[in-house]
Design a protein around this ligand. Structure first.
Ligand code: 5GP
Length: 184
């Protein structure tokens, strides 16, 4: 989906396709550099991280393994529930592996800090975090981010994997929705 496909539903574009592509290349180069001497397992957090996982992995030169987790943190609304539940666990054991968690967005940080603790308890060689977006609230919690795409304002965003009520994930840019979409 292009921004124009949303018509009046799109309020504004925060990050366009060119900016996304350039940033993904930058992140991939940094990860290639850091993991040159050890195999990396990318752990994507469903469903939001699907786009960044696919683009990041393809932009990298190193071979990677990929696995996925699904955790619940948001309902169909726009507020964090604070409750984290594993909906889908990793397929494989991560003992002794170098894990890089790939996230779409760090908001309150509740989800990711819980996830990192959970993964660390499984005996991996290392756990690092790559998040494509980060909101200001996230700095309040202790989530060490090794690779960051963009810091964004405290607004609800959609696109590039991020949804509102399961829609707009396939929008090629990151943007905000007009109030009428939320019934406002
Ligand atoms: P946190 O636990 O850091 O507050 O929230 C993390 C999760 O909330 C993200 O993985 C994402 O699913 C969802 N989330 C947080 N902020 C936004 C946003 O602005 N837009 C969308 N679509 N989802 C968000």
């Amino acid at each position: 989906m292009q921004p124009s496909d949303l018509g009046r539903d799109l309020e504004k574009v925060l990050i366009d396709e060119d900016a996304i592509t350039a940033k993904v290349a930058e992140l991939a180069a940094a990860i290639d550099r850091d993991y040159a001497d050890r195999p990396v397992l990318l752990v994507g957090v469903l469903k939001g991280a699907v786009m960044i996982m696919a683009d990041l992995a393809r932009a990298m030169s190193l071979p990677v393994e990929m696995d996925w987790m699904a955790v619940s943190s948001y309902g169909s609304g726009t507020k964090s529930s604070g409750v984290v539940r594993i909906l889908k666990d990793l397929d494989k054991d991560i003992t002794g592996k170098h894990v890089l968690v790939v996230e779409d967005i760090l908001d309150t940080g509740l989800t990711l800090s819980w996830l990192v603790r959970n993964l660390r308890s499984r005996g991996p060689a290392s756990v690092q975090v790559c998040t494509f977006l980060r909101k200001p609230e996230a700095v309040k919690v202790d989530v060490p981010v090794a690779y960051l795409g963009f810091d964004i304002p405290n607004e609800f965003v959609v696109g590039y994997g991020l949804d509102y009520a399961e829609r707009y994930r396939n929008l090629r840019v990151v943007g905000t929705l007009a109030p009428h979409v939320y019934g406002g």
